[in-house]
Ligand binder design. Structure first.
Ligand code: PRX
Length: 633
């Protein structure tokens, strides 16, 4: 396909000549039957991409590469926790995925059935995702760091026929058992999956439940020579559900299609990540997050690359580990989060520079704001371009980036770049609801519909919630809200200024403060609680809770308060997972609220960060904020 000479032309065409643009990009993937229509936006804001087309994600990620790349590396699994390194060629990956697909079939899973995947970063998790895609089943991967309540609410929402899990993950040399959390989640959930397929790593007790739990290794043995053809599905057939936090306590199931997602990822690999087939891609995320879906599993494989799946820390056995993998597997593109770079920043940069990084084109960072000192430190340590990009679970691929694959462009510190092709990005003035066109003025980042291919189709099982949560109409134009503040400079570069809602970002992990509040409120001593995100040097943000006790005497002494803080943290650990545990739980006698009873979370956050809390004329009891001020000072 002929590439236009400038990014500005490329971008304009994606908006002004949308269908022709995307029809061209769609040539990057295989279609069993060509599509009839590029974008059907008749029922706005619901966009249907490549309608009438039949395709399959697994075919595009695996089978189509067998012709030219059967013996090329496809999946490189590295665990520094269990000292394992296993490389699967495309031929081997194809065989493993077919075995897994045959197992799924034998357990009664078919097209449209949901399969919940609750697994550590092991190769079998990749086989499981691809096997679901292969037979048209819809996977829902739940991050291994989430605990029983989080898992139960996802089981009830997705109603999986099957759960695939493992005995345990490992972190920093410690076994993190999964099975008991899963059993507890299933007992808490109203919906009961028919079967649980267990991968036994020999790390923790499996405690099999008779009639429900089945063993992966023995079933795999029965299906060694399995041949399971790809099920051709409509382009709009859902490929997966991925839960993410929002304003309310109930996580939203982001539903992704098949054809649009394949096209969006294939195009992004070339235009944004400058990644070529045959190279190796290394994303340090986790399959439980969107980056893992798009850029550990589907994107690199669709692009005919080898992908590295890494279980372990960036600093074990030492801070050179990731960079030794870059050297060993000739990684050309690396993708991580600013938090990981901040963790490395505490180490000697010699660990990074001692390896041959000549294969590496760039390190991409996303998921949270990238601060200048971190960007400079890591750029100096590895002597490679550091490229920020901004996106969301909802979009599945970048909204803002520098598209070096189209036209090399400079980066600006603190900016994830310009609007990416396909996204008609607008800034909206929150008070007037009008569009902001002048530069350097803060507004809510919005995208005029339709969202490009690859973005969420809807909220699983709740079209009304999808429309109500994300969409509004401005002078008859449908606008998707990102819930992020931003500004655009005169050159079209954006700067992200934080969330407009109660979502926080801890070490690149997206969490809802309402979910944490609900969990803390379930502690019998707690009357009410406010959780806010507070700036943190290492993690970007941490959650801090301010709780009012039913009986204040329970935290009368410092020792009592400490004990209670530990107990509250334990509740969060057990229900949501350690990932959501607040850094501090402080006890107060009253929370700052408006006279109508609305919690003033922003004012609490400002005080915690030493900023001016702003206009407090609507506050009911001014002493409430004073208490918090004293506690944090
Ligand atoms: O607030 C923005 C922040 O992370 C949110 C999305 O998180 P999640 O759904 O987990 O998806 C992450 C995909 C990379 C956004 O609404 N965010 C993401 N990228 C950036 C960012 N904030 C600043 N700079 C970024 N590059």
């Amino acid at each position: 396909m002929a590439l236009p000479s400038t990014y500005a032309d490329f971008y304009r065409r994606s908006i002004d000549d949308r269908d022709a643009f995307w029809a061209e990009q769609a040539q990057l993937v295989d279609w069993h039957k060509p599509f009839d229509r590029v974008c059907n936006y008749d029922k706005a804001p619901f966009a249907r991409w490549f309608e009438g087309g039949l395709t399959n994600l697994c075919h595009n990620a695996v089978d189509r590469h067998l012709k030219d790349r059967a013996d090329q590396n496809a999946l490189i699994f590295v665990s520094t926790e269990t000292d394992t390194e296993t490389v699967y060629s495309y031929r081997e990956l194809h065989a493993e995925v077919q075995r897994m697909a045959a197992i799924l079939r034998s357990l009664g899973v078919g097209k449209g059935d949901r399969v919940l995947i609750y697994m550590p970063m092991i190769a079998e998790a990749c086989f499981a995702m691809l096997a679901c895609a292969r037979i048209g089943a819809i996977h829902s991967v739940v991050f291994g760091g989430f605990a029983s309540h989080s898992l139960a609410s996802r089981i009830d929402d997705a109603q999986p026929k099957l759960v695939i899990s493992a005995d345990a993950g490992m972190r920093s040399g410690k076994v993190v058992p999964y099975k008991h959390l899963l059993d507890e989640a299933i007992s808490l959930a109203v919906h009961k999956p028919q079967h649980v397929l267990m991968v036994n790593r020999g790390l923790a007790d499996l405690a099999p439940v008779a009639g429900r739990d089945v063993d992966y290794a023995s079933l795999r043995q029965q299906h060694l020579g399995a041949q399971v053809p790809c099920e051709w599905v409509d382009s709009t057939h859902p490929s997966y559900i991925l839960y993410t936090s929002g304003t309310t306590g109930k996580p939203k199931g982001v539903q992704r299609d098949t054809g649009g997602y394949a096209v969006a990822l294939a195009a992004s690999m070339r235009h944004i990540y400058m990644a070529q087939p045959g190279e190796t891609y290394f994303s340090t995320s986790d399959i439980g997050w969107v980056v893992g879906h798009s850029y550990i599993i589907y994107g690199p494989l669709i692009n005919g690359m080898a992908t590295i799946m890494y279980e372990g820390l960036p600093t074990r056995p030492d801070a050179g580990i990731w960079w030794s993998l870059v050297e060993k597997y000739k990684v050309s593109v690396m993708f991580s989060a600013p938090t990981a770079a901040r963790v490395l920043k505490k180490q000697d940069p010699a660990y990074l520079s001692k390896y041959d990084l000549s294969s590496l084109k760039a390190l991409f960072l996303a998921g949270e704001p990238l601060d200048e000192p971190t960007a400079t430190w890591i750029a100096n340590a590895i002597q490679k371009p550091i490229i920020d990009n901004y996106w969301q679970t909802e979009t599945g691929w970048p909204i803002m980036a520098v598209c070096n694959g189209i036209e090399p462009a400079p980066t600006k510190f603190g900016s994830p770049g310009k609007a990416v092709y396909g996204y008609d990005v607008r800034l909206i003035d929150e008070s007037t609801g009008e569009e902001i066109t002048e530069p350097n003025k803060k507004g809510v980042i919005a995208v005029e519909g339709p969202l490009p291919p690859g973005c969420l189709q809807t909220v699983w099982g709740d079209d009304a919630r999808y429309v109500k949560t994300y969409w509004s109409s401005i002078h008859g134009r449908t606008m998707y809200s990102t819930f992020d503040w931003g500004v655009r400079d005169a050159d079209g570069y954006f700067f992200i200024l934080g969330r407009t809602d109660d979502v926080i970002n801890v070490a690149g992990h997206r969490l809802g403060t309402r979910e944490i509040e609900e969990s803390i409120s379930s502690h019998p001593a707690v009357a009410e609680v406010a959780v806010v995100g507070v700036a943190d040097q290492l993690k970007g943000q941490v959650a801090v809770a301010f709780a009012v006790l039913k009986d204040p005497a329970l935290a009368a002494s410092e020792a009592d308060a400490l004990k209670l803080e530990g107990a509250v943290m334990k509740v969060v650990d057990e229900q949501l997972g350690a990932v959501a545990r607040p850094a501090h739980v402080r006890f107060v006698s009253v929370l700052p609220k408006t006279r109508s009873g609305k919690l003033l979370r922003r004012a609490i956050q400002a005080v915690c960060e030493g900023r001016d809390p702003g206009d407090l004329t609507t506050m009911d009891d001014p002493t409430a904020l004073q208490q918090i001020r004293e506690l944090v000072s």
